[in-house]
Design a protein around this ligand. Structure first.
Ligand code: COA
Length: 332
């Protein structure tokens, strides 16, 4: 039940990263790796890691506050907050704590988990509420502190990830719909390629009543499988989205991919015949920040003046689940 005439405008962005930056060289004192190996295989040179004094709620709220200000609004104007994260401070959800911290008193707030696709899935979710006319002003946040769940003795994964938060404001617009198309997908048969699993010990609570108690275990990943998945599925889903938007690849101003690995960015751009000058990349400084990576790169590109109002952006997220998706939107 779309409300005819109500479109989406994406009107502000913001981001926040932890204060500590850790270069590749420093990681080589923890595990058997080198700056050369990491930079060559991934493009990553440094990442920001949250200290025990920094919380996901705080980072996400800072990103949201900055996005709301950039949209020329105040927290009191916000109707809904969606927090995409896999690393909430509280397993019951951190979105409400963010709502409280912002003073967004009329906003309903909830978490959404779809790993590195989370921000994209949250944007599309927000769009449904706006298009039906239910809400006008929605803040979508992607934030993750994966450093909490990385095995810092596993060189195959620990060099890849970093922490951060990014956010956008999506508003109802009567002047056209600037979310031009989207396409989302999941394949749970490949769930074991990338996991942050709950590990437990059976506990005999009562005679014949057994429960499972434990905690989450560090990230496990089948790197090559994930790489192959990304370079085959991401171009496909972008092409499907472009088809739905009645656009061709040469009409895209910017390719904004989940910042997982420079090789993945290059391979996807290559398959789509998109020149590297149109590919946004900041993973040298941040590594893979999971749900934060797309809005973080978006915000940097907006603030540096690369992305201008009216520019067409093809964004794609992919990751654990497995999940992946794309959205084509026009900035501003
Ligand atoms: N430093 C040095 N050597 C390392 C290393 C590190 N940090 N990590 C792995 N190696 C070693 C391996 O042990 C292996 O050594 P071996 O040949 O003696 O067994 C060698 O490097 C090659 O490992 P391999 O896993 O085959 O490398 P790769 O070329 O596939 O690159 C990734 C590994 C992780 C960079 C790559 O598979 C990748 O980018 N995958 C996608 C990961 C991703 O983006 N995940 C998140 C998605 S949201």
């Amino acid at each position: 039940m779309n409300n005819p005439g109500v479109g989406i405008a994406i009107t502000g962005s913001g981001s926040a990263t932890p204060a500590q930056a850790v270069a590749n060289q420093a990681l080589s004192t923890i595990v058997d790796t080198s700056d050369e190996w990491i930079a060559d295989r991934t493009g990553i040179k440094s990442r920001h890691l949250a200290s025990s004094g920094e919380s996901l709620t705080e980072l996400a709220a800072a990103a949201a506050r900055s996005a709301i200000a950039a949209a020329g609004m105040t927290p009191a104007d916000i109707d809904m907050i969606i927090l995409a994260t896999s690393t909430a401070d509280d397993l019951f959800g951190s979105a409400s704590a963010i709502q409280g911290r912002l003073g967004a008193s009329k906003a309903v707030a909830f978490d959404l988990t779809a790993a590195c696709s989370g921000f994209l899935f949250a944007m599309v979710t927000a769009a449904q509420f706006i298009r039906t006319g239910v809400y006008q002003n929605v803040v979508v946040i992607g934030a993750d502190i994966l450093s909490r769940w990385v095995d810092w003795s596993d060189r195959t994964t620990c060099v890849l990830f970093g922490d951060g938060a990014g956010a956008v404001v999506m508003q109802a617009s009567m002047e056209g719909d600037r979310l031009l198309s989207f396409y989302l997908a999941s394949d749970g048969t490949q769930n074991d390629c990338l996991q942050l699993p709950f590990g437990f010990q059976p506990h005999e609570l009562l005679p014949q009543v057994s429960i499972a108690q434990g905690t989450y275990h560090p990230i496990t990943m089948k790197g090559r499988e994930v790489y192959r998945f990304a370079v085959s599925k991401v171009p496909e889903v972008i092409e499907k989205s472009l088809f739905r938007a009645n656009l061709t690849t040469d009409q895209i101003d910017w390719l904004l991919l989940h910042q997982a690995n420079q090789r993945i960015l290059d391979a996807v751009a290559d398959r789509l015949h998109i020149p590297s000058a149109k590919v946004l990349s900041n993973l040298a400084h941040y590594g893979n920040t999971s749900a934060a990576s797309i809005p973080l790169a978006l915000d940097e590109a907006v603030r540096s003046g690369k992305i201008q109002p009216g520019h067409i952006i093809a964004a794609s997220g992919f990751g654990a689940g497995l999940t992946w998706g794309a959205a084509i939107f026009q900035w501003g």
